[in-house]
Design a protein around this ligand. Structure first.
Ligand code: THU
Length: 129
């Protein structure tokens, strides 16, 4: 799948974001090894810490659908905002080999990886060592 296609799915997901507090909609689309795409958007809460980020919605939904092998994730925001630290940790857990496309609302994007976003991250290899 071309990066542009995955980004398009993230942009569509972004239109469904529930963001009454920040007005900062985020969309995410994760590509599984089987070629399927699972989307997510941020869902905010009046109790602010109960907010869920778009990346985590997409990744946890994909796991619930039986996916385990992830190859790429696209994240779309107004201005090309980078994934938060908590989402980087979840990406490391579920898709450490993922390529990450970080897009703005026009679809302009930059490409990075989970390893580059979270160098020396804490993972299950360390936990079980
Ligand atoms: N947000 C995400 O959805 N993903 C991130 O990686 C960064 C932040 C959301 C959370 C909140 O709803 C809004 O963006 C502003 O922080």
């Amino acid at each position: 799948m071309k990066p542009e296609e995955l980004i398009q799915r993230a942009l569509e997901a972004r239109t469904r974001a529930y963001v009454p507090y920040s007005s900062y909609p985020v969309g995410a689309a994760v590509l599984s090894a089987d070629g399927e795409v699972t989307i997510g958007c941020n869902v905010e809460n009046a109790a602010y810490p109960s907010t869920i980020c778009a990346e985590r919605v997409a990744l946890t939904a994909a796991v619930a659908q039986g996916k385990r092998n992830f190859v790429a994730i696209a994240v779309a925001t107004r201005n090309g905002g980078s994934p938060c630290g908590g989402c980087r940790q979840v990406m490391l857990e579920l898709g450490p080999e993922m390529v990450v496309y970080i897009a703005d609302e026009r679809g302009a994007y930059r490409t990075t990886t989970v390893r580059d976003l979270l160098p020396d991250g804490f993972d299950n290899a360390r936990l079980n060592a």
